[in-house]
Design a protein around this ligand. Structure first.
Ligand code: ADP
Ligand code: MG
Ligand code: MG
Length: 256
């Protein structure tokens, strides 16, 4: 059983003038395969910083604590090594990849993660199947990665990767933002399919509660001021829907 373990993680963002601005103030979280966790918190609380630091983004400097995947030190790995170890971070490839089609990109990623190329015939079927389930036009596979993708296409591409690459742990940051209600449902169904297979641990990061109407997390963590301030079950998300984050903000220090 895979396990991502985040312990007392402290992270600063590197400002352009070289100064370090502390954002994460000691995050503790364990995500196991088969579990679905939601991190919810107000804007600017450091949710994306958490995701980016686990992804290995160079702008974020870890100043304390640890992140391990099945006991291996994630923070010592290159970005590629993190992906090969089984970590999926939706923001890992947010950029346009000129001249690389979706189909080639996915096959290359799959090959890198599995250590061998997928069999052409079965792979083509898997790719087609994944696209059908997400109600995507087959022509999408021939488009260049992220080139002119709409918000919804980016998110579907993200979930397509999730379904095809079968990571051990997946972190999805604001997967629900900018989706209309139909796209949200389709994307959520994709996440639920991955979840039902039971091999992936999911960490959904979100500002809104609406995606949690479609995906019921096993655990909800409230994230304020760079740390988890409360944890509970999916009922906590329902509470937040009515109360908002206000009651947590009083003791959280200056809002940034
Ligand atoms: P969230 O995802 O919860 O909205 P972020 O992790 O994006 O929060 O941001 C947390 C805090 O870190 C904010 O105050 C934000 O302004 C600051 N921050 C994040 N990235 C940078 C950056 N590149 N430069 C300056 N400040 C940043
Ligand atoms: Mg934000
Ligand atoms: Mg964010």
């Amino acid at each position: 059983m895979s396990e991502l373990s985040i312990s007392n993680l402290q992270v600063s963002v590197k400002l352009p003038d070289g100064e370090l601005k502390p954002i994460l103030a000691g995050v503790d979280l364990t995500v196991r395969a088969g579990e679905t966790h939601a991190i919810m918190g107000p804007n600017g609380s450091g949710k994306s910083t958490l995701a980016y630091s686990i992804a290995g983004h160079p702008r974020y400097e870890v100043t304390g604590g640890s992140v391990t995947l099945d006991g291996q030190d994630v923070l010592a790995m290159s970005v590629d090594e993190r992906a090969r170890a089984g970590l999926f971070l939706a923001m890992q490839y947010p950029v346009e990849v000129p001249g690389v089609s979706v189909a080639n990109f996915l096959r290359t990623a799959k090959t890198a993660i599995d250590g061998e190329a997928p069999k052409l015939r079965t792979w083509a079927g898997e790719l087609r199947g994944a696209m059908e389930k997400l109600q995507m036009d087959p022509a999408f596979a021939q488009r260049n990665v992220n080139e002119g993708f709409s918000g919804g296409e980016k998110k579907r591409h993200e979930i397509m990767q999730l379904e095809l690459l079968k990571p051990k742990i997946a972190i999805l940051d604001e997967t629900d933002s900018g989706l209309d209600i139909d796209a949200l449902r389709i994307v959520s169904e994709g996440v639920n399919r991955v979840r039902e297979q039971g091999d992936t641990g999911l960490l959904l990061i979100t500002h809104y509660t609406r995606i949690l109407r479609y995906i019921k997390p096993d655990y909800v963590h409230v994230f304020v001021g760079g740390r988890i301030v409360e944890a509970g079950g999916s009922e906590l998300a329902e509470q937040l829907e009515t109360t908002g984050y206000e009651r947590y903000l009083a003791g959280a220090g200056p809002a940034s």
